[in-house]
Design a protein around this ligand. Structure first.
Ligand code: ADP
Ligand code: ZN
Ligand code: MG
Length: 551
């Protein structure tokens, strides 16, 4: 098979996603009062309604309707005031009702969109920058290949989840070859929202970015834990090819089992290459559902696609159509939190973050919350109140320093805080396989660390060490540097002595430097840093060395 890059030169990929999200933040199911709980003892959260026993009547969960309206408003959808539920009939053991309650042609949310900013390597997959690209939106001066594209959302509808089957005795938990299957109906009737996109995506990277952004929006709304591992966020990818310049759609295949961002990207990339090979051999693509196998890196056919008629969809007689009032919709609108795009704007405009940093932080709910909490620490009294007393540098105590009028105001510390978060904190978390929530690091600690580094009480190199200790022990950075004597030496006299010793030890190199080998500066700084046991202020060391060598 040819590479994705080569294929996309000749063909345009057309991709649409269907994203199922369980509303895990809700306490109870869609049409009954059974508890929603992942990992509970099998079949302990079931009742006549979610099992579909004769005579049981459904009663809709208002909180679930609020959640889907919230999702619709956050993705620019129009909220349909009048919509209803339908029965989608099929037999499969994971659904004892033999029909799924879902929505018909009109869903609660219709006609929305999400804008994607595609930058850096992700932008490289798109060789033809025409089509749905919005006109001349300057994204970043540093990455001229970045672009903005608007992805239409067809609809978001409400439905209920099915139960879980556990196949015993086969390979990989697949049904084929299994000896028997176990059924757990706990998940039956869990409210699910399904978002369907227009076929507006053009590369696997765009698909990945879309799903990541949608996940962050849902996490911000706090309607689901969006765990791809536990299956509360599931995505199917539809993809077809057409010759560049063509406007009609080709025959699509639908990919299942895209249970991670990487799988979504890699599965689509494989499928694009496979379809290109089929089409280039003169054959046609079959409309079918295919399963992505990450281990063998290929997709295999599961079944030829069913059509809506096969499900004998008909209006649910036990549920009245909805008439959402304006008051209800407006009340939900007031609950809309600040969304990632707005956050990014605020980080740039109010806190002066560089564009790339603002994207990184706003694109991650946890990171953004931590960043804001840290800024609150810095602007409020909390930070100062927590600083311990103690001699730190040239007679100044930390408390005095924090009250020093020359110290950068809280907003000026936004950049160093962002820097620490994006680089040092993220690196430390990755190295320790932890998330922010799992670590002991607090916004108060990060606020203090940013002050200590910015005020040059410790070097940024020492900052990394202090961060690691703070995150491990939960201790305050100021306490850590005091206990371990990690102060940065900014005493000019001491630095001068160190530098003079270093230069005196290497007369040959000093000679070479003066003869034009200025690259040796780094060598001298390194030696002086070593002599100061890593505590010398690197900026000061640099200055002193330069002034000595220039003599
Ligand atoms: P189906 O009837 O097979 O479920 P839909 O029309 O409901 O198909 O679309 C399902 C998803 O597939 C949507 O996200 C849509 O954008 C996408 N899609 C539809 N047609 C194509 C196509 N020809 N190529 C790629 N994606 C498509
Ligand atoms: Zn129930
Ligand atoms: Mg469909």
């Amino acid at each position: 098979m040819r590479s994705l890059e080569a294929v996309l030169q000749d063909w345009e990929a057309v991709i649409g996603l269907e994203v199922h999200t369980e509303l895990t933040a809700l306490k109870t199911k869609m049409f009954c009062s059974c508890k929603i709980e992942f990992g509970a003892e099998p079949n302990t959260h079931v009742c006549p309604v979610c099992l579909g026993l004769p005579g049981a009547l459904p009663a809709p969960n208002k909180a679930a309707i609020e959640s889907i309206v919230l999702a619709g408003l956050a993705t620019g959808c129009e909220i349909e005031k009048r919509s209803m539920f339908y029965r989608k009939n099929y037999f499969y053991p994971d659904m004892s009702k033999n029909f799924q309650t879902t929505q018909g042609p009109v869903a609660f949310c219709m006609r929305g969109s999400i804008d994607l900013e595609v930058t850096g390597l992700a932008a490289k997959e798109r060789s033809d920058l025409s089509g749905t690209i919005l006109p001349s939106v300057p994204l970043s001066t540093s990455t001229p290949d970045a672009y903005l594209t608007r992805i239409g959302i067809t609809r978001i509808h409400m439905e209920e989840d099915a139960g879980k089957m556990i196949h015993v005795g086969g390979v990989d938990g697949r049904i084929t070859g299994a000896d028997y299957s176990l059924l757990d109906y706990n998940r039956c009737g869990t409210p699910l929202i399904e978002l369907v996109t227009e076929p507006d995506l053009r590369t696997p990277e765009e698909a990945r970015l879309f799903l990541q952004k949608l996940r962050q929006i849902y996490l911000t709304l706090d309607i689901s834990d969006c765990s791809m591992e536990e299956g509360s966020l599931r995505c199917d990818g539809n993809v077809s090819l057409r010759r560049r310049g063509e406007t009609t759609l080709g025959t699509k295949t639908e990919l299942k089992n895209m249970n991670s961002f990487k799988n979504l990207h890699d599965g689509l990339a494989y499928e694009i290459c496979r379809q290109a090979e089929v089409l280039e051999s003169g054959a046609t693509v079959l409309q079918e559902t295919r399963h992505w196998e990450p281990a063998s890196k290929r997709t295999v056919s599961m079944r030829v696609k069913e059509t809506a008629d096969d499900y004998r969809l008909f209006p649910e007689p036990d549920l009245a159509p909805y008439d959402l009032t304006d008051e209800f919709i407006e009340a939900v609108r007031t609950r809309l939190p600040e969304l990632p795009d707005a956050k990014k704007q605020r980080f740039i405009e109010r806190h002066g973050l560089p564009y790339a940093d603002a994207i990184t932080i706003s694109a991650d709910v946890e990171l953004a919350r931590f960043f804001d909490a840290t800024l609150r620490e810095l602007s409020g009294d909390a930070a100062e109140g927590e600083l311990p007393e103690g001699e730190l540098s040239e007679g100044a105590t930390l408390r005095e320093l924090s009250e020093d009028a020359t110290r950068p105001p809280a907003l000026a510390l936004a950049r160093p805080v962002a820097n620490l978060l994006i680089n040092d904190v993220t690196a430390w978390l990755n190295a320790n396989s932890l998330t922010l929530a799992q670590s002991k690091l607090t916004p108060a600690q990060l606020a203090q660390l940013a002050q200590l580094v910015t005020n040059e009480i410790i070097s940024s190199k020492q900052g990394k060490e202090v961060l690691a200790l703070a995150a491990e022990t939960g201790e305050a950075p100021a306490q850590i540097i005091e206990q371990r004597g990690m102060k940065q030496v900014s005493d000019t006299g001491i630095i001068e002595t160190i530098v003079d010793t270093v230069l005196a030890t290497h007369p040959q190199k000093v000679e070479e430097y003066r003869n034009g080998k200025t690259g040796l500066l780094g060598f001298f700084v390194g030696q002086a840093m070593q002599a100061s046991k890593g505590q010398g202020n690197p900026k000061l060391i640099n200055e002193v060395i330069l002034s000595r060598l220039e003599k």
